[in-house]
Ligand binder design. Structure first.
Ligand code: URA
Ligand code: CA
Length: 436
């Protein structure tokens, strides 16, 4: 088999066989096929697309390029959730204990990564004592006992995707639906998911800013999942403004606690109930989405979801007393209100920019080596559609270092627009893709 023939075939719009796709992925992972040939193939894929069969084959080839997590020691159907991008996304923190409370096993591997706030692991480290360095035996035991555990990513998962993603980044081929869909799905499958729930964000703060594109990506991922034997469902959700109110690590832990108590922001609660229903349904703990949702609502109102959160924290060495006594979470030295300069209705909150402001405070990593300050971040006091009077606080800023505070305030004031006309809050959920 020759790479040049494969490039030519795709250039001319023909579908590649499984063998050809495996040849490319194995050869690229091992270093036998050079970047320049793979670059040409990626550009051909960008323009010619891929069939459903090619997408499934590419996904599995990337899964097989490295280690795969074996979750077979965990009882039940392991459902994983993935959110594509977004700003200060607290859903993972909430969904773990929430679905665990209705007996769905959550075996979460999580990274630290870059961005506006830390990854799920960083957020959980805001709880004193919480330990993410688990052996796989400890991890399995915890999930079997408590139904939820989170550990740091270990092993060499999907090295082909890492190499391809880096190459796409410098060859203007990131934005291709088949390539994005297979990239995301390969990582979920390699991490051991039996079934997958996707939260595809759309709007200004999302990776997929355009709703039609988000829908197409969601469809593509659902088709890949179902074609490779992992039942997959997707929700398309709004990220034109940040979800919930908290953006920052300890602040999001607090927001998760509030939501598990039934006192969280409405949009965040609704999205968690929607995604959670899919997880419960796919784990076969309910026979319909309606029944699944009812079970989750009961877990919140009875307090069992909150109890499960405490068990989860304690199971990994964390101080569960922070749930009832939030002063045990890291506290910022300064709490600064940002007043509205005029009266009206909030018309826009540019999620990306608000996230960037949180990162400047130290809530997230700008580079791999940045240190995170778990205490700092932002609490949005107003969301799109809310009325404000001049002088009302738009945002509470939690800061330790005041060096950047003027820059942060300026960014926030630029990002939160107030209109004199009536504005409706955007719909939270733009679509559902439940399969065939
Ligand atoms: N996120 C991924 O993991 N892969 C892509 O290709 C794009 C976004
Ligand atoms: Ca949040």
């Amino acid at each position: 088999m020759r790479m040049v023939d494969i490039i030519e075939k795709k250039r001319d719009g023909k579908a590649l066989t499984s063998d050809e796709i495996n040849f490319v992925i194995q050869g690229y992972t091992s270093g036998d096929i050079p970047d320049y040939q793979v670059s040409a193939l990626l550009m051909a894929v960008y323009f010619q697309g891929m069939t459903e069969q090619e997408r499934a084959d590419l996904t599995l080839a990337m899964v097989e390029s490295g280690d795969q997590i074996d979750l077979s020691g965990i009882e039940g159907i392991k459902v994983d959730k993935h959110s594509t991008g977004g700003v200060g996304d607290t859903t993972t923190l909430i969904l773990g204990p929430l679905v665990a409370a209705v007996d769905v096993p959550v075996a979460k591997m999580s990274g630290r990564g870059l961005g506006h706030t830390g990854g799920t692991i960083d957020k959980l480290e805001a709880v004193p004592g919480f330990n993410v360095e688990l052996s796989s035996e400890e991890f399995t035991k915890l999930v079997n006992e408590i139904k939820v555990a989170v550990m740091g990513q270990s092993g060499n998962l999907t090295p082909a995707d890492k190499k391809l993603y880096a190459l796409r980044d410098v060859t203007a081929t990131v934005n291709s639906i088949p390539l994005i869909a297979s990239s995301i799905m390969s990582k979920k499958i390699a991490a051991g998911a039996d079934a997958i729930v996707l939260d595809v964000k759309t709007g200004a703060g999302a990776f997929m800013k355009d709703e039609d594109q988000a829908r197409e990506l969601a469809h593509a991922m659902v088709r890949i999942g179902n074609n490779v034997g992992r039942q997959t469902m997707a929700v398309i959700s709004d990220m034109s403004q940040p979800l919930g109110r908290a953006i920052g690590n300890a602040l999001e832990v607090q927001e998760a606690i509030d939501t598990l108590k039934g006192e969280g922001p409405k949009d965040l609660t609704e999205l968690c109930l929607t995604l959670g229903s899919y997880m419960v349904y796919l784990a076969q703990k309910a026979s319909s989405l309606e029944e699944a949702r009812k079970k989750l609502e009961e877990a919140i109102s009875s307090g069992s979801a909150l109890e499960r959160f405490k068990d989860f924290l304690a199971g990994q060495g964390g101080d569960a007393s922070v749930v009832d006594n939030p002063s045990g979470l890291p506290q910022a030295a300064h709490k600064i209100e940002l007043p509205a300069s005029q009266s009206g209705t909030v018309s826009t909150i540019v999620a990306d920019n608000v996230g960037t402001a949180a990162m400047w405070l130290g809530a997230g990593r700008a580079t791999k080596d940045s240190e995170i300050d778990l205490a700092v971040g932002l609490m949005l006091n107003k969301k799109v559609g809310d009325k404000v009077a001049a002088g009302d606080s738009l945002v509470t800023i939690y800061a330790n270092d005041l060096a950047q505070i003027e820059k942060v305030k300026e960014k926030l004031l630029e990002s939160i627009l107030i209109s004199s006309e009536a504005v409706k809050a955007p719909a939270l959920i733009a679509g559902h893709i439940t399969g065939e």
